[in-house]
Write a new protein. Structure first.
Length: 159
């Protein structure tokens, strides 16, 4: 009887770890990143609307195409996917964006569930609240394979 229970538990754990290995990406990212940390709604000083677009002329983009904030500012981002494809937005350092884009080339089905990222289907909207605690030049990008290369990225400056 004990061996059957042990076998059942092992099988359950194995299947659970396989389920978590694909589908979404939510790992042990520290909440205090170089770009800042998740913010609190009570601390929001402004709201910025961002559209994920697929212009008629081709390519993919964000509107606005660049963002600037003050160090210490807490911002509510309202992000809307107005395109025909799934898109995402990830805030991070340029180096981390490129490293993560490489990882996603090998796991294109990955979906982000991190506090600095949103993945949205066409027509969907989502919200992020972020506190920019460090000054510097950062980036926001769509890491779905091919989207960043098609123009879906922009500079994010914190003064």
């Amino acid at each position: 009887m004990t061996q059957k229970i042990t076998t059942a538990i092992c099988a359950l754990l194995l299947s659970a770890s396989t389920a978590f290995a694909s589908g979404t990406h939510s790992d042990s990212h520290d909440n205090d990143m170089e770009i800042g940390r998740p913010g609190q709604a009570a601390d929001v000083t402004r709201t910025v609307e961002i559209s994920m677009v697929e212009p008629e002329a081709g390519g993919m983009a964000y509107d606005p195409s660049e963002l600037t904030f003050a160090r210490g500012e807490t911002v509510r981002f309202v992000v809307t996917n107005t395109g025909y494809l799934d898109h995402e937005i990830v805030f991070d350092t340029a180096e981390e964006i490129l490293d993560h884009a490489d990882l996603m080339m090998n796991q294109p089905e990955m979906r982000h569930a991190d506090p600095n990222a949103l993945t949205l289907a066409p027509g969907e909207s989502g919200e992020l609240i972020w506190t920019f605690s460090q000054a510097g030049t950062f980036q926001y990008a769509c890491l779905i394979p091919g989207h960043m290369d098609a123009g879906m990225h922009g500079p994010l400056t914190v003064n």
